[in-house]
Design a protein around this ligand. Sequence first.
Ligand SMILES: NC(=O)c1ccc[n+]([C@@H]2O[C@H](COP(=O)([O-])OP(=O)(O)OC[C@H]3O[C@@H](n4cnc5c(N)ncnc54)[C@H](OP(=O)(O)O)[C@@H]3O)[C@@H](O)[C@H]2O)c1
Length: 262
Amino acid sequence: MKKLCAFLFLAVAAVPGANLSMASETDNSARAVLITGANRGLGLEFARQYKAAGWQVIGTARKPDAATELQELGVKVVQLDVTDAESVASMATELDGQPIDLLINNAGVLPMQDTLPEADIGTVAWTLDVNTLGPMRVSQALLPNLSAGEGKMIVSISSGLGSLERNSGGRFYGYRESKAALNMFTRSLASELRNDGFIVIVMDPGWVQTDMGGPSAPLTPEQSIRGVRAVIDGLAAEDTRRKIRVLSRSTMVRAWPGSESG
Ligand SMILES: NC(=O)c1ccc[n+]([C@@H]2O[C@H](COP(=O)([O-])OP(=O)(O)OC[C@H]3O[C@@H](n4cnc5c(N)ncnc54)[C@H](OP(=O)(O)O)[C@@H]3O)[C@@H](O)[C@H]2O)c1
């Protein structure tokens, strides 16, 4: 059945463990996923879990030679700086003709700028460049690969801090704006690709123990990405038409109480 294109703003929506066993029992060897910023944090965990589930994994890193943990997974490592148009173009050239089923726009930055007087506008512009324009550049460059894939999914990692509705505390100048704009880009792309059978979504991974999330976060990367993958698996496996109807009633689904990233 042809999939419908979907825009869904989801927090981690899965019950821990859901769909994981199903994923590991399936032959995924024909499926390819590309993850940006895969050398550490959530990107590395995405790479680890998709590799373990049998997928062909392409992980990007700004410095592939220094990405030892990613290299040790035995996945394909490609150089990519999402702010550098030449780097994006050479990645696309290197991957020319390779079908990709799932793109995960994960790379991101969070500079701490809590008041307007301390906010550096150049830093805000850089944050938008990485967090908003980065996913646009990469999605644009890899559209032929994604169109050639069966999965036709683009998942961008957003944040609760990008929610207009839930911003009662302010702070995080640059980051909040970048994720709100990423959400809007995603919504537009979802509309554009609707008739081509794509699922285009943003997801909030929860507040997670990474360099960005810090040690006080309630979720480990393993827990967060297990939940995110279960949502992705569910969307890919189920009748998308029905799934959209269910999820659209509650656009912010949260299954990790207290773990929201803002
Ligand atoms: N952790 C949380 O609690 C949390 C909550 C909500 C949303 N998120 C989102 O989840 C995503 C991953 O976050 P994380 O916690 O894993 O962060 P992290 O540990 O700081 O890792 C960030 C990753 O992004 C890469 N990156 C940064 N700038 C880049 C650029 N210009 N081009 C390519 N790659 C670049 C980094 O590469 P280098 O090693 O080269 O710097 C690194 O691989 C981000 O989009 C973040 O906004 C995280």
